[in-house]
Design a binder for this molecule. Structure first.
Ligand SMILES: Cc1ncc(COP(=O)(O)O)c(C=O)c1O
Length: 390
């Protein structure tokens, strides 16, 4: 059996095969860091920041320790603090809202669009108060949120925008790179991300020199000059080993994205006639870089999403539910005076009950995808309620 026809290993993310394709470049870059012994903010970190700034077409990029820190540093630079509110999506990873909460601010959730899963611009304005200090759209699953109306609302209210772009590096919104449209963009280099390190990493990006300088200072214990600390900051650094890996991988990012999009196209074809399945919707205003390939499973299919998950598990087909609950329903955000009553964010609650993500990475083979799609079709055929077909 040739490699391309292989169905093994079938994983949600296959970093091993990807590494084997670029091993000589990665090993050489890591050896250079070892030889230099510049482990903390050595020259390679600056080189990577410059390359990334060029790729994203932004003047300023600063590496930090992870994507959660990137959000926290961004919000600190905007002076978000106790009593403030940050309007964001309830359908995202906890880090987005956690960064606000860590600063004593409150995450205020605006519901999502059912097709893109991104924050619905029409639901933002009703969440804005005089305490709103930032709007944080999340570019979920590889697809930018609809930034034009978001920026219009933000500018009308004089509120800055931080784009949580942990999941969509390289995607474009109306031709502009995701993360470069708002006041600040944040990135995560978690290994499974489209541009993933071999450990933790993150970055903040901006077009504003004052914000850039402030974020650098905050991420460096609040100091511009060593031992002359001006404000209370944090210690958040992108390390040299990760920067070396990321610099190599950045050269491959367009190819990585093309491979993901090809895999998404094939899933689209393979799943197009499967009843009860809604394939990802691609908005006309953006490119989609398919960090995840996330489908919706209709409750008309007996067992619904959870039934499909159990069926895939029985076939040893990897899958994941991003996200099984809205952030407003998590214990951390669901009690206290600001608890969101059930039904207030209906699109988020519906999505949380219906979504399932399929294996998606740069190394997927057509045979692997056929295996996944056949299992989903079998589930849809086998346990479907007859009257669902009329
Ligand atoms: C949308 C979103 N925001 C923030 C983060 C946090 O990134 P990190 O894990 O690098 O801290 C992630 C990572 O999973 C994410 O998916």
């Amino acid at each position: 059996m040739t490699k391309d026809n292989s169905t093994l290993p079938l994983a949600m993310v296959d970093l091993t095969t990807q590494y084997s394709r670029i091993q000589s470049e990665i090993d050489e870059a890591l050896q250079a860091v070892l030889d230099s012994a510049h482990f903390i903010r050595g020259p390679i970190v600056g080189e990577f920041e410059c390359s990334l700034a060029g790729y994203l077409d932004v003047p300023f990029v600063h590496g930090v320790a992870n994507g959660t820190d990137a959000l926290q540093v961004a919000l600190m630079a905007l002076d978000v603090g106790p009593g403030d509110e940050v309007v964001t999506s309830p359908f995202t990873f906890i880090a987005t809202a956690e960064a606000a909460a860590l600063l004593g601010a409150r995450a205020v959730f605006a519901d999502i669009e059912p097709d893109t899963f991104n924050m619905d611009p029409k639901r933002i304005e009703e969440r804005i108060t005089e305490r709103t200090k930032a709007i944080v759209p999340v570019h979920l699953f590889g697809q930018p949120a609809n930034m034009e109306p978001i920026m219009e609302i933000a500018s009308r209210h004089g509120v800055p925008v931080v784009e949580d772009n942990a999941q969509s590096v390289g995607a474009r919104y109306q031709g502009q790179t995701a993360g470069s449209i708002g006041d600040i963009g944040t990135l995560s280099f978690f290994p499974s991300k489209n541009l993933g390190a071999y450990g933790d990493g993150g970055a903040v990006l901006t077009r504003s020199q004052p914000l850039y300088e402030r974020m650098r200072m905050i991420a460096s214990h609040g100091s511009r000059k060593k031992y002359y600390n001006e404000i209370v900051g944090v210690n958040s650094r992108l390390d040299a080993m990760q920067a070396a890996i990321l610099k190599v991988k950045l050269n491959h990012l367009d190819d990585f994205i093309a491979r993901r999009v090809r895999a998404a196209d094939l899933y689209d074809t393979l799943l197009k006639d499967t009843p009860g399945i809604t394939r990802p919707v691609r908005a006309e205003y953006a490119t989609h870089v398919f960090h995840q390939y996330t489908i919706r499973v209709s409750s008309d299919l007996e067992g619904g999403r959870d039934g499909l998950a159990a069926f895939l598990k029985s076939r040893q087909i990897p899958h994941a539910v991003y996200y099984p609950v809205g952030l407003h329903q998590l214990p951390v955000f669901s009690d206290g005076e600001h608890a969101v009553p059930p039904g207030e964010l209906p699109q988020t609650e519906a999505a949380a009950a219906e979504v399932i993500s399929l294996p998606m990475h740069t190394e997927l083979t057509a045979a692997q995808q056929e295996l996944v799609a056949e299992a989903i079709a079998e589930f849809a055929r086998g346990v479907q309620i007859p009257e669902a077909h009329g």
